[in-house]
Design a protein around this ligand. Structure first.
Ligand SMILES: *Cc1c(COP(=O)(O)O)cnc(C)c1O
Length: 472
């Protein structure tokens, strides 16, 4: 060890002295002593390692405290935290799918703060059931006789099949044996639930006759799956839902439908996609329908199961229902979201997913213009900023072929690479997730909340400066 290294090591501030500094003491008002101590220790350790590696770091108290402050923020900051979604994909599964309506957030915060009547009937003063809070609402909105809610739609499908399909022959069209994502494959979920698969038809065409043959051979259940995340285009056909339910019932069989997204509002009326509503399925005579709470519905993550009372009662009693049960926060948010749907216009105005999906291109262009104007005024020398037309996606495995015309702010940096800018945008305290199209960073305004615009402009400005610095 050279004497110079020895001197530097000796000058390293001791942790107890740093801890008693005014700065570190102020940290103790918001952070635990353990977090503060460990952050100070990490800073000293890092400096020591750097000295031993032959570097000459600044070892003053101020420099060490500055380093410890960064460590403290990193240690104590939430890992799961809000991001600005500038991808334009409304139901982005990686970014948490549906943002909740204000009413849903208020309801879940209230329930989270204290006790609630989760499983308690206030009028009678006796034990109740958690499903009771939303069952009547779901029935009113879908026309179903009964309903229950579980953790997510994958759990809903598994629970329904486990109760109704176990050791039964279950008919499914080869065109509906889909993989939904996250290795959730309809065929495997069916096998895991103990069902005996009877595959009928072909990938592109399945006829009523194919189902009839299987039912005549003793199948007691028909499973219909909405192929939500892909489309087969061209020479295709599958039976009308009502023809299939009639056929199933004639053979004493039941029909279960996994709708995937399951809309409560007819978005086709607004010129968006071809997503069937849950009510249509119930009207067509489907015995049990399952769908997600956080796809087109725009609520919390949940799986909704509704249909005929005789089946729902059985499903509710299955012991697996306890393993996939819904929690009180989700129920609070879901109930508040469902209440918005009592009035269609109210839902369109208040459910963020519906609002984002139906925003007018002119309004999006105006917003993009405004952001681009504000941004260009600050970063003129460092990047080219313009507004470009783009296409947003619905996402979440819903309406895969639907493209929504939108507008984006396009940023081409002069001072760094596109990937360096993307990285700095992601690494911010309030990360910004964007897309790269043809060597430009595209920020689609469809999925950005108006209250995020100021943060967005500031974020891009700082990310550009940071990226330029990092670039050297
Ligand atoms: C999305 C989807 C599921 C899974 O729903 P989650 O709520 O994500 O668990 C199941 N089936 C279909 C057809 C889907 O589109």
């Amino acid at each position: 060890m050279t004497s110079e290294v020895g001197v530097l090591l000796r000058d390293l501030p001791p942790v107890h002295r740093l801890l008693h500094s005014k700065e570190a003491q102020s940290w103790l008002q918001e952070h635990s002593r353990t977090d503060v101590l460990l952050s100070l220790q990490s800073a000293v350790d890092t400096l020591r390692a750097s000295i031993l590696a032959g570097e000459r770091p600044e070892v003053t108290d101020e420099a060490t405290l500055a380093m410890a402050r960064t460590y403290l923020h990193r240690r104590t900051g939430q890992n799961l935290r809000p991001v600005i979604n500038a991808t334009g994909t409304v139901l982005h599964t990686n970014l948490g799918r549906a943002p909740l309506a204000k009413q849903a957030i208020a309801a879940l915060v209230e329930v989270a703060q204290g006790y609630s009547n989760l499983e308690y009937r206030l009028e009678e003063g006796v034990r109740g059931h958690r499903y009771e809070h939303v069952e009547a609402l779901i029935c009113e909105l879908t026309g179903a006789e009964a309903a229950l809610v579980v953790n997510n739609n994958a759990a809903a499908v598994f629970l329904v099949l486990t109760e109704l399909a176990k050791e039964q022959k279950v008919v499914i069209s080869r065109g509906e044996l889909v993989e939904i994502g996250g290795s959730f494959r309809v065929s495997e979920v069916m096998r895991a639930s103990g069902a005996e698969l009877v595959e009928v038809g072909t990938t592109n065409k399945t006829h009523v006759r194919d189902y009839a043959d299987a039912l005549e051979a003793g199948a007691k259940l028909v499973l219909r799956v909405h192929t939500s995340n892909f489309r087969i285009i061209g020479f295709t056909s599958r039976p009308e839902l009502s023809d299939l339910t009639t056929l199933a019932h004639e053979h004493g069989a039941a029909l279960i439908e996994d709708l995937g997204s399951g809309s409560l509002i007819d978005l086709r009326e607004r010129g968006i996609g071809d997503e069937p509503t849950v009510r249509e399925s119930i009207l067509a005579g489907v015995d049990v329908v399952t769908f997600s709470g956080d796809k087109l519905l725009g609520g919390a993550q949940a799986g909704i199961i509704c249909g005929k009372a005789q089946w729902i009662t059985r499903i509710r009693q299955n012991q697996l229902a306890r393993a996939v049960r819904v929690d009180k926060l989700t129920l609070a948010a879901l109930e508040a979201t469902l209440r918005l749907y009592i009035d269609k216009g109210y839902a369109m105005a208040h459910v963020p997913v519906l609002r984002m999906l139906t925003r007018a291109p002119e309004e999006l262009q105006e917003e993009a213009d405004r952001v681009a104007h504000d941004l260009a005024a600050i970063v003129a020398g460092q990047a080219q900023v313009r507004v470009v037309p783009t296409m947003s996606q619905v996402g979440g495995g819903a309406l895969p072929s639907e493209q929504l015309p939108s507008y984006a702010v396009a940023v081409s940096p002069h001072v760094c690479s596109v990937s360096a800018l993307m990285e700095q945008l992601r690494l911010r305290e309030r990360p910004i997730v964007a897309r790269v199209v043809k060597e430009e960073v595209l920020l689609d305004v469809r999925t950005i909340f108006p209250e995020e615009f100021v943060m967005l402009v500031q974020g891009i400005t700082e990310a550009l400066a940071q990226a330029a610095q990092t670039n050297g």
